[in-house]
Design a protein around this ligand. Structure first.
Ligand code: SF4
Length: 423
């Protein structure tokens, strides 16, 4: 999943700058801690145990709650249930950030909520960077001072309609350490709570001043290692923010037993598998966690996923020059896909260079040859256009510039530094 934040969507027409520019003053912090990027072997963490030091859901956070739960909350505070509907509107439509901004609610109710420890659950914007193509990357500073990335990608399609995709993170950092990924190099600190995922979409809507049409779980982290929060956030995005399930994509490099779990929810969202190699041996060199989840097992789970949900799985393939981008690799990939079914879609992603990476971006000629080799073998394929290359575009790249190690939590490891950025 999660690979290169901005590289995801395929756009054939040039982007019109449908973005409203505005100035954002921010304060950033510099990093006083050492990096921890030397680990080479990776075991997929168990999903049965929590990998986070935070509670799964902060019980006093409003964002992420359903209308029904908010109505019950209002009743619990001695209010009528319609106050819960108002709360719902304030959170998801008005996008109020603080309980005292709930101007539709009686002051006494607002005070009671606050006195009982309730909060909205919105984070501070720490840094905003805009690419020439209109893509905006945002760093949010979470309550425990950790930084998480979100990207907003505006796209105008051939018919002139405009989409806005939010590429959201599911973890702070990532424990899987895929060899090409900036997030993997930055280490891992914790899972995001559901409101910390939902707020990323609200932030993108605010920065672009319009509704998000698509959400892709392709930011920092492996969504399947935080499936509970991801599913809760998915519910909220679909029901409360009203983004269609088919407009949501959950991407994974593969975590044993989780595809089955996801399938049991019968979502109409797209499952994207970050494959990156046509065979197990090569895949293990690119995705170390693949050792715990052989390719055949993933392919079988994908087939079962399709049988269970009726939704075809798509495969993401990052092209790394001289590593996995040869026509022979394409032929092997086509063979692999055909042996497990038909109709699979492959998204080719030319590698987006990151600092210190051993990999290079493939030549355009190699990308076209790879794509043609798949097409000639009746595999449908798209080549993703890289977005926001000039804005530290790769997954985790922006965050890494500001917080080298997410494993250190307290604010006193960070030293203030003033920066102003325009959006
Ligand atoms: S290291 Fe994590 S965030 Fe990066 S590509 Fe691998 S799974 Fe995705």
């Amino acid at each position: 999943m999660a690979l290169q934040l901005l590289q995801q969507l395929c756009f054939s027409t040039p982007l019109k700058q449908a973005v409203r520019w505005r100035s954002v003053s921010i304060s950033t912090r510099t990093i006083m801690c050492a990096t921890s990027t030397t680990t080479t072997s990776v075991t997929v963490p168990s999903t049965s145990k929590s990998t986070t030091r935070m509670p799964h859901v902060d019980p006093h956070v409003l964002l992420g709650m359903s209308e029904k739960d908010l109505q019950q909350l209002a009743i619990d505070f001695g209010e009528q249930s319609y106050r819960g509907k108002q709360l719902h509107h304030l959170l998801y439509k008005t996008k109020a950030k603080d309980i005292q901004d709930f101007s539709h609610l009686p002051q006494a109710f607002r005070n009671s909520l606050q006195e009982a420890g309730w909060k909205v659950g919105r984070s501070q914007i720490h840094r905003v960077v805009t690419a020439a193509d209109g893509t905006i990357k945002v760093l949010l500073k979470l309550e425990d001072n950790r930084l998480v990335e979100t990207v907003g990608i505006p796209v105008e399609d051939n018919k002139g309609s405009c989409r806005l995709t939010a590429c959201v993170s599911s973890q702070v950092g990532c424990p899987l350490r895929c060899s090409f990924c900036a997030t993997g190099k930055g280490g891992y600190s914790r899972n995001l709570q559901r409101h910390e995922i939902v707020e990323q979409v609200l932030v993108v809507e605010e920065l672009f001043n319009r509704r998000v049409s698509n959400v892709v779980f392709m930011g920092m982290g492996e969504p399947m290692l935080n499936l509970k929060s991801v599913l809760e956030a998915h519910r909220c995005l679909n029901k409360d923010i009203q983004i269609g399930q088919r407009m949501i994509t959950i991407s994974t490099v593969g975590v044993p037993n989780t595809i089955k779990k996801l399938a049991s929810h019968k979502l109409q969202s797209t499952l994207a598998i970050s494959l990156h190699a046509p065979n197990q041996k090569l895949r293990e060199t690119i995705v170390p966690s693949a050792k715990s989840y052989p390719l055949d097992a993933i392919m079988k789970d994908c087939k079962d996923y399709f049988l269970e949900t009726g939704r075809r799985v798509s495969f993401e393939y990052t092209l790394l020059a001289g590593v996995n981008d040869k026509v022979e690799h394409a032929a092997e990939l086509a063979e692999l896909l055909h042996s497990w079914g038909s109709g699979y879609h492959v998204n080719l992603i030319p590698f987006n260079p990151i600092d210190g990476s051993e990999y290079r971006r493939p030549y355009k000629k190699a990308v076209l040859a790879f794509s043609a080799a798949l097409e000639s073998r009746k595999v449908t394929v798209s080549v993703r256009q890289t977005r926001g290359l000039d804005a530290s575009a790769a997954c985790g790249q922006l965050r890494n510039e500001f917080q080298k190690s997410p494993l250190l939590a307290t604010s006193d490891v960070l030293e203030p530094l003033s920066v102003a950025s325009s959006v």
